[in-house]
Structures are given as C-alpha cells and as structure tokens.
Write a protein that binds this ligand. Structure first.
Ligand code: ZN
Length: 534
C-alpha cells in the first residue's frame, strides 16, 4: 500500500525539527502542506482548554498541529482572532429524505457542519447499498452516515397495520436490520409516535435492537411520548438498552407538556438514574423552545391507522369523528398547544400553500371560524382529511432548554434536513442550531463554555458512533475543520424570515477541501458516505 501523503509530510517535519537541534547548517527538506491555518485559537473538540496554534493539512488529513511559523503551503489561511475547531457532527438529522435532490445542503455548511447522521426518528431508506450508491453517484457536500429506521423497516414488511408482527414478519424485520447494519448503519432509530412504529410493542423493538447490538450499533429513539407519558417512554428506551445490551440515545430531549414545564430536573433524573445503574445513555437537543413535526399529530394516532381511505372513513363516520374531535381537543388543550392555537404554526401544506407561515388560530379564521380550541380541532380534521403538512409547535420553556443543554451527557444536534432555500417555512434549527449555541448560549448567556459547546457538537457526537478519526483536531485525524469568529458567529434566521444562512464561519473544510472559503460556498462536493467500522 502506498504511504498516505499526510504521513510522509509528518515524517518530513520530524526531520526539520531534528535538523534544527543538531546540524543547523544541513539543508533539511522543507515541509510543504496543502493548507496551513495560522494563528488560530484551537478548540480541539475533546473539551480541553483552547490554545494558540497552527494546523497543517495534507490531502484529507491533519498532518501537524503546533507552531508552524515558517512552513509553507499551497494555501495559507490567517485565523488570527478566530477559533479553529473540528467540523460539527450532527447526530440527529433527516437529510436522507432529500439530500439526493439537494446535495449541497448549504443550510448546514454555513453552520460549520461537516458530518450528519441521518435516518433518525424511525425514518430511513431500507436498502442501504442502493441508497449509498445513489449518493455516491450524485456526490454530496458533507459526510453522511445512516441509522436504519424501525418505521421504514416495519412499513416494508407490515405496511401500516396496527398489530404485532407474526413470527415470520419479525424475522423479516430482523433480517432487514441485519442487512442495513452489514451495509454500514451506525445503529437503529425508532419513532414511536409515528406510524407505523407507534403500533409496535417493546418486545418487537428489543428483538431488532438485539440485532443492532450484535453488530455494535446504537439505539436512538424518538420515544413513545414526549408529553403525558414521558416517564414510561424514557423507561421503555432504557429497557430496550438493558435487554438488548446496547447504548441508548434519546432524541431531541425536551419538556414539552405544559404541566411539566420547568421540571427538567425530574426528566433528566430519570436518565441519570439509568446512567448510575451503569447503562450507557445519552440524549440530544436542539436549542429552541419550539418543535416541529407533522400537523397530523394534533389528531390521535388511532385515527390514522391503516390507509388514507381508512382515515377518511373514520372522519366520515359521525360517531367516530366525534371521538377524534374530542381527542384532538384534548391534545390542543394539553401538550400540543397548551390551549392556544397561536402556539402552532403551519410550516408547509402542499394542498393549501396559503396556510404556510400562518398559525392555527389564523388558519381557523381563514376557514370562517372563531379561533377557539373546539373550532381549531374542527378545522384541523377538515384540512387534514385529504392531505397534510408540517407544523411548528411552540411548546417548551427556556429554563428547561438551558438545563438540558448543560447536562454532561447532552449532545447538540439539529433534527433538521436539507432545506431548499426559500421554500416553505422550516424550523429555525435547519439554519441555526450550531451558531445559535455559540452565539446565544456561549457568548451571550454563558450557559456553556466555548470548549464544552464545541465538544457537544463534535467530539462527543463522533465518539457516540465510534467515528474515531473525526470530531477532534489531532495529528492524523481527518481534516474536517471549521474556522469561526467567536465574537460575531450568529444564527440569522427568525420565524418571520427563516431562510437565512448563519454567518461567522469563514472556512469550512471537509476531507481537506474547503466548501466554505472566506464565507462563500465553493463548488466542491467532497463529502463521503460514512459506514460503521470504516
Ligand atoms: Zn423525532
């Protein structure tokens, strides 16, 4: 095998250093690098204190870190006054849905994200080899790894049925998960509020998780309830980890039920007691008090079982419709809107694009009714009858967001996707997650130190999926590097104007290639498909 370019450059540097000590007149070979980043403040992603230093890149690797004054390179970047850190690793992403159509994923590049783990919340491709091939044919700007999604697997084998699998169906699902793990999945995700995953019982998930465990993956869960049944939902996730013997990661951890606002000490305590039992449990969080999911989630899950026709038949039956309405009113009075329709904003609604950006209170008025909860339930049933869309739910409080962020086992992640610029009304996390933490929670509020924040965005998520060559800055690691100004880095999006790129990231380098250069997107697509164990 050929010696990698970065290794020979390191050897050359050792010669230079040796030469300085013992024979000052000898002509030592001068190391030349592809990229030199000089005079930066290095925050290396491990959580260790920042330090001043230079970084040299050769090919796709970090060849040298130290005082590189006098070295030469094809490209020299002056990082004076800037932070140099590992590229951010977004452990909770949904871009598998749309990255082939939007391989630039520019909303993430401007945030300093260099690697995403997609396939979360139970939703993923099922056949990984084909999927990876199409990604490689297209080319992508950043690195992508995948989880295998339970909902996708279940839908493939059992459709949208509301029942337990037969023995042979369970075996088919186990086999699909095994095949995905063999193709490089980092683990399995569940989305136990979504169809059809919500129709599963714990035993089904444990069976699949055992397969994942045998292959060395993790279990990431959008748990069965983030509202009134959150305690048993967290317990279920932990049970899967205990019974299947694998690491558990709880997705977008939040306190969303208005009756629980301010009580994140309690919900974090449930995680901590599992950890003190010796179980390997972590969580992720997006730094906002609003969530985003399908508008259809204002209706009860039982009403949505089976096909679209089944759903419509239930709404057409007056008695069943009355039950659906009663449950919807409960959800709107409780966790979904805390009794206020203006807490829900329609993000996209293909059948009625005029609803995008409007609150459910406004949509109710547009449908000729007073914006009461009862009328909101009626309008939701009407507009969801033959189509759906996504919504933003303002359902958390800042105190809980801060406390969850500070937990040492919390990873920052976006729960976003590859957004098409100026299309629909996406959740702000798609454009702002990582800079928002650096701007608001590090610089303005001091909730985290800079080193802690970078660790939660790089070294911690990378180590969670055993990406040993990424997520930290060290000699020999892959050159996924970002340079940002800690004084000006900023998320610029807001609910009235969500399509705003973050600013403050002057360079984003992926596999040794700049994709953001002096703040501008280059034309390169150096991203790779990442597979477990590679
Ligand atoms: Zn989710």
């Amino acid at each position: 095998m050929k010696t990698p370019a970065w290794l020979s450059a390191s050897v050359a540097i050792l010669v230079v250093i040796g030469g300085c000590g013992y024979s000052p007149t000898a002509k030592a070979p001068v190391a030349t690098y592809d990229i030199l980043i000089l005079n930066g403040t290095i925050v290396d992603g491990t959580g260790a204190p920042a330090y001043a230093g230079d970084i040299a890149i050769v090919g796709d690797r970090i060849a040298k870190i130290g005082d590189l004054d006098g070295a030469s390179a094809a490209r020299v970047i002056d990082a004076s006054g800037k932070v140099v850190s590992p590229g951010f690793v977004d452990l909770h992403n949904h871009a598998d849905r749309n990255i082939i159509a939007n391989p630039g994923v520019e909303n993430y590049l401007h945030q300093g994200v260099t690697t995403i783990l997609a396939g979360n919340c139970g939703n993923s491709p099922v056949h990984f080899d084909e999927y990876f091939q199409s990604i490689e044919n297209t080319g992508i700007a950043l690195n992508l790894g995948l989880l295998i999604g339970h909902n996708a697997v279940r839908a493939d084998v059992m459709g949208n049925d509301n029942r337990a699998p037969s023995v042979s169906e369970q075996a088919q699902m186990d086999a699909l998960v095994r095949a995905a793990m063999g193709a490089g999945a980092f683990g399995m995700s569940t989305g136990l509020i979504y169809l059809p995953g919500t129709y599963s019982e714990t035993a089904e998930v444990v069976s699949l998780a055992r397969v994942v465990s045998q292959e060395g993956g993790i279990y990431a869960s959008h748990i069965r309830s983030e509202f009134d049944r959150i305690e048993e939902a967290i317990e279920e996730a932990i049970t899967v980890g205990r019974e299947a013997g694998l690491p558990v990661h709880i997705s977008h951890f939040k306190v969303a039920d208005n009756s629980m606002w301010g009580k994140s000490t309690i919900t974090l305590g449930w995680v901590e007691s599992a950890r003190s039992e010796g179980l390997d449990v972590t969580i992720d969080q997006y730094p906002y008090t609003a969530g985003s999911t399908g508008l259809v989630n204002v209706l009860p899950a039982w009403a949505r079982a089976g096909s679209k026709g089944d759903f419509q038949a239930r709404l057409d039956d007056p008695a069943t419709r009355a039950r659906i309405k009663a449950d919807t009113i409960d959800k709107l009075n409780g966790a979904r809107a805390a009794g206020d329709l203006s807490r829900i904003t329609v993000a996209s609604f293909p059948n009625h694009p005029e609803y995008a950006g409007k609150t459910m209170a406004e949509v109710t008025v547009m449908n000729g009714r007073e914006p009461t909860i009862e009328n909101g339930a009626e309008v939701a049933m009407e507009i969801l009858y033959d189509g759906g869309g996504s919504a933003i739910y303002h359902m958390m409080v800042e105190e809980d967001v801060r406390r969850i962020m500070q937990a040492p086992y919390t990873i920052i992640a976006s729960d976003g996707s590859a957004v098409t610029y100026e299309k629909n009304v996406p959740h702000l996390r798609n454009y702002g997650t990582f800079p928002r933490v650096l701007a608001r929670y590090v610089r303005d509020e001091g909730v985290l130190s800079l080193e802690e924040a970078v660790h939660k965005m790089s070294g911690m998520p990378a180590s969670r999926i055993n990406l040993s060559t990424r997520g930290t800055l060290a000699e020999g690691t892959v050159a996924d590097v970002v340079i940002f100004d800690p004084d000006t880095v900023m998320d610029n999006d807001n609910w009235a104007a969500p399509h705003q790129y973050a600013t403050g990231f002057s360079f984003v380098i992926i596999n040794g290639v700049p994709v953001i250069d002096a703040g501008e997107r280059t034309s390169d697509f150096p991203g790779r498909v990442l597979k477990r164990g590679m």
